[in-house]
Structure formats: C-alpha cells, structure tokens
Design a protein around this ligand. Structure first.
Ligand code: HAS
Length: 552
C-alpha cells in the first residue's frame, strides 16, 4: 500500500518533540554513566556537582522528559496518518502546548543545574526545592494537557464526521492514553499547586508529608502506564504490519486499553506499603486492584504470541515452534521491539513481586527497584521507542534508513540489551542482599554489607560495566538519529518510508468500548472508593506540617 505522507505542519511538530526527546536522552544517559561510577567508588564528583543533583537530572530527563516528548511526537505523527491532517487550530494549540512543556522543562533543568532542586524525580517532601522548580513541573504538565487536548479535539472532529463508526485503533489508543494521563495528573497537580508551591515560596509554613506522597503516587503509578501504553500501541498496531500480519483481535486490544484506564490509577499505595500513615485495609484494597491492572498486560502478551504464531504459520512455519523461525529477524524495526517485549517478561514478573506485600518488605528502597524499572521503562518502553525511531525519523525527514545504518541499529540494540542485562541483574541481586537505592558510594564497614560487592554478578563493577555499555549504546543511537535527520540520502519515490499501521478488523468490536463516558465514570468511582477515606484521614489527622529541609 502506498503510504499517506504526513502534512508539513504535523511533520515539523512531531520532529520538534522527537528532537527535544533525544537531546534529553543524551544528557540523561550521561548522568546515568556518572551514577554507576560514583556507586563503584571509581569517580568523585567536583565540589560544584552533587550526587543527588546528577540523580535528579538522570531520573527527570530520561523517565519524564525523553518519554513524554517522544510519546507526543509519535502520537502526532500517527494521528495525522490515521485520521487525517490537523486543522490550523489543532496545529496551533499543539505548538502552544509544546512551547509550555519545553518552557517547564527548561525551568526545571535550570533549577537542577543551579543546585536548587536535588530532590529526585519523586520530589518527596520534606526535601524542598526552589519554588521555580515546582512552577516548572506545573508548566510541564499543563503543556502536555494542551498538546493532549489538541489531539483529542482532532479526534472529536473525526468522530463527528464519522457518526456510528469506531475510530481507527491507533486513534482509539491515543485517546485512551491521554484520558489516563489527564486523570492521573490531577494528583500531582493538586500536590504541586496546593502544597509545594505555597510551601516553597513561604506562603505556608508546613507541608503534610504523607498527603503529598500519596498524591504523588496517585499520579506515579499511572505514569508508568503512560510510558507503557504508547509502547503497547506499537506492539498492537505497528509490529503486525512490519511482520506482514494483522492485529490479532481488535476488541481485545481496545478492551486492554480500557482496563488500563480503570485499574491503573487507584493503586498508588503499592509504592507506599512500608509507610505507616495508611492503614493496612487500604493498602490491601489497592494491592488487589494492582493485581487487576496486571490482566491487560497478560492479555497483551497473549495477543502478541498469537500475532506472531499466526503470521509465522502463514509463512510456512510447522510444528510447535517452527513459526518462530519464520519471523523477520533481519528487520531491526521488528527485532528491536521483540527484544523489548522479551525484557518485559522478567520486568513484569518483578512488578508482581513488588506488589506482593511480604516480598515488598524485602525489596523496598533497595537497588532491586532500580533494576525493576530499568527492565520496564528502561528497555521494554525505551527500546520500543528506539525501534520506532528507526523508521519514524526517516518518515518525518524524508531520508533513507540505509543498510549501513540498519547494521549500526543492530549493534545499538544488542549493546543496549547486553548493558541492560549486566546492569539490571547486578541491581536486582544487590537489592536482594540489601543494597539501598538512592545512595552514593559508601564503605558499609560491616562484613555482611561488604558481601554485596563480592558476588559474581552481584557487584558494583558489573553494574558499572553494564552502565558504560549502555552509555556507548545511547551515543550510537543519537548518532543514528542525527544521520537519519540530516545526513542519510534523501528518499525518492518508492524509497519513501511509510508509517506502518496494521489492518484491524473491527466489524465484531462492540461499539460501547468507545463510549468514553462509561469508562471515565467507572474510573472515578474506583478512584473514589480507593482514595476518599484514606486521603480524608490523612488530612483530618495530619500531624503538624513539616518544615523545609535541604540536605545537599
Ligand atoms: Fe513497576 C516500582 C509494581 C509495571 C516502572 N515500577 C516501579 C518504579 C518504576 C516502575 C519507575 O507494587 C519505581 C518507582 C520509584 O521511583 O519508587 N510494576 C508493578 C506491577 C507492574 C509494574 C505490578 N513498572 C511497571 C511498568 C513500568 C514500571 C510497566 C514502567 C514502564 N512497580 C511495582 C511496585 C513498585 C514498582 C509495587 C514499588 C516498589 C517499591 O516498593 O518501591 C505490572 O504492570 C507488570 C505486569 C506485566 C506483566 C508482563 C507481561 C509481559 C508482556 C511481554 C510479552 C512478551 C512477548 C515476547 C510476546 C505481567 C506483555 C515473547 C518473547 C519471548 C522471549 C518468547
């Protein structure tokens, strides 16, 4: 099928988002490299740079800035491809949103560089950053809302013009992800506007610490699905096209996204299982809901295996696993995302361990959690984004993903995988032995604690070697992006890169799946059940507000 090329306005917009994402990626990964060397006692930072400053920049630039900007670039390109070119209004508002998000990011980064905000990406009170750091965070969220609402507006116009029709799967999933994001952000917006900003500017004296943490995690857990769902969009909609297949089940795909809207939010307490201010009943309830949010991921796993098997058998694969060999392993756009999926099997299993109350006691606040998020957001999500980058940037710049760049892309994904296996395995094992997260190098003058440094894999050297390979891989990726942006040959005619969207048969899909009012209403009911009483409790029985602490 000849590809529908993207309008010039959306092209520039998507490129602006992706460009911002990769700039943050490069600086963020450099900060990651510094982390592993400091923990290994191989590096001492100069006096003007602090471990927690670097860690804050690392977390924010990679987990928040890289992901969010990339996601919006992907959404904008895909929405224009599936439901048509943006009108002038959508485009204008998207640029306004982009400008606000960028301004917020710059403010946050300036505050971190100035040494005024070494509070890590969770910005837990009573650590206190400069007030402008929180203003920057608020602007960041507002900017994403504006960009998100512009896309929803575009979708709304399409639905008005296609009454009674289900929207294309990509558009459905984009809107579901934006709904999830907007509802999730309500928690962090409340904390930033009503607690942190007045406190940081001296308008209020104290802060209710437990309330601020609970509002953060109300946001913090669905945040991980805001990262994951665009990756799932690629798995459901892009990958089947790349391998020459179809979406396995349109209704299953839509249902899994609806389940994320329902169950990803009322679960934040599973990040606070060790905190005393919340009674065990509410922790239990939110843990049960956490197990519900695992279901759509299991549905996704089933759907992916089915997609691969159906396609592999169409290509002549025989026997139990013959179909597996028929998949297009030489196509890096597929292989990268397949490896990303494979990483999510241990990543997801680790999540189930974390969510289990007794086991959480063992791993909470240890390096295990750092290992967990590097094989969830750091590989399944990030490597899916790399896999998308390989064709999305040429699609937007009109250049060719040449054979030599494809070879480099293979080296990039393999080195990323090796680096991640080494680093995250060491982190998981060190965490099980009790090594704390968020701590610079320390001698731990006790022989049991020193054993952390001795294991074959469970040592800080392995972690540093993995981290170094990851950094080299990141530099290679940025090199590929630069080539695809400015230097690769310009494509002509049949060489033109297309945006792969697989056919999805929605003839048997129930239309109520696209009745957003039902899902938003149920989501709010579940949130009210899970949060009203414990949050009221935290407000009514609040201890005296905490003062400001700057420990750096
Ligand atoms: Fe998590 C902590 C529980 C998923 C990210 N998580 C974190 C933190 C981050 C994070 C950043 O309950 C640290 C936050 C901080 O700074 O303190 N997590 C879960 C659970 C899931 C889960 C139950 N997490 C994610 C995802 C993330 C992410 C996704 C980012 C994108 N997590 C927790 C808990 C904590 C936590 C506690 C707090 C720990 C503590 O005490 O601090 C589930 O959603 C996971 C379900 C997933 C699956 C996997 C399905 C597999 C699929 C792949 C199929 C593969 C195929 C390929 C088809 C059940 C879909 C075939 C391949 C072959 C090789 C054959």
């Amino acid at each position: 099928m000849k590809s529908i090329q993207i309008g010039n306005g959306e092209r520039k917009l998507a490129l602006a988002n992706i460009g911002f994402a990769y700039s943050a990626f490069l600086i963020g990964t450099l900060c990651g490299l510094l982390q592993v060397f400091i923990r290994n006692d191989a590096l001492t930072l100069p006096g003007w740079l602090d471990y927690y400053q670097v860690l804050t920049a690392h977390g924010l630039l990679l987990a928040i800035v890289f992901t969010t900007f990339f996601i919006f670039g992907f959404f904008q390109a895909g929405m224009s491809r599936t439901i048509g070119s943006f009108g002038g209004k959508v485009l204008r508002w998207s640029w306004v949103g982009y400008a606000i998000t960028s301004l917020g990011t710059l403010l946050v980064v300036i505050m971190i560089l100035a040494g005024q905000a070494s509070v890590l990406y969770t910005f837990y009170a009573p650590l206190q950053a400069h007030g402008l750091f929180y203003v920057g965070l608020a602007l960041f969220v507002i900017g994403t809302w504006v960009q998100g609402f512009a896309l929803v507006g575009h979708y709304w116009v399409w639905r008005r013009e296609h009454k009674g029709e289900l929207s294309p799967l990509f558009a459905f999933m984009t809107v579901a992800t934006i709904i999830l994001w907007v509802i999730a952000c309500l928690g962090v917006v409340a904390a930033v506007l009503f607690q942190f900003i007045p406190w940081a500017f001296g308008i209020t004296d104290g802060i209710n610490v437990e309330l601020s943490r609970s509002l953060f995690w109300y946001f913090g857990h669905p945040l991980v699905y805001f990262w994951l769902l665009p990756a799932y969009m690629a798995w459901y909609v892009v990958v089947p096209k790349i391998i020459g297949g179809r979406v396995f089940s349109d209704s299953l795909a839509r249902l899994s996204f609806v389940l994320f809207i329902l169950f990803s939010i009322p679960v934040g307490f599973h990040h606070q299982l060790t905190e005393p201010g919340i009674t065990s009943f509410w922790k239990f309830l939110q843990t049960v809901l956490t197990f519900m949010v695992i279901i759509p991921s299991l549905m996704t796993a089933f759907s992916m295996f089915a997609t691969f098997e159906v396609r592999g058998r169409e290509l002549g694969g025989r026997g139990l696993f013959g179909w597996f060999r028929k998949l297009p392993w030489k196509d890096v756009r597929f292989t990268s995302i397949f490896i990303a999926m494979a990483f999510f099997i241990p990543g997801g299993a680790g999540g189930i361990i974390n969510a289990s109350f007794q086991m959480n006691e063992v791993i909470h606040n240890t390096l295990w959690v750092v290992g967990h998020f590097h094989i969830t957001v750091g590989t399944p999500v990030a490597m899916t984004f790399f896999g998308l980058t390989f064709w999305l940037v040429p699609y937007l710049t009109g250049r060719v993903f040449t054979k030599s760049l494809q070879r480099l892309a293979f080296i990039q994904i393999i080195t990323w995988s090796i680096g991640m296996i080494l680093m995250s395995t060491a982190q998981h094992l060190l965490g099980l032995l009790g090594a704390p997260r968020r701590t610079a190098y320390t001698g731990y003058a006790h022989e049991d604690a020193l054993a952390w440094f001795d294991g074959v894999l469970s040592n800080h050297v392995t972690m540093a070697v993995g981290g170094s390979i990851l950094f080299l891989s990141a530099v290679l990726l940025v090199f590929i992006v630069v080539q695809l942006w400015w230097f690769a040959p310009v494509s002509k005619g049949e060489n033109l890169e297309s945006f792969p969207i697989a056919a999805s048969d929605s003839s048997a899909t129930p239309t109520f799946l696209e009745n957003w009012k039902i899902w938003i209403a149920i989501a709010f009911v579940l949130i009210a059940v899970a949060y009203t009483i414990p949050l009221t409790d935290l407000i009514q029985h609040a201890p005296p507000g905490s003062g400001r602490f700057q420990t750096w």
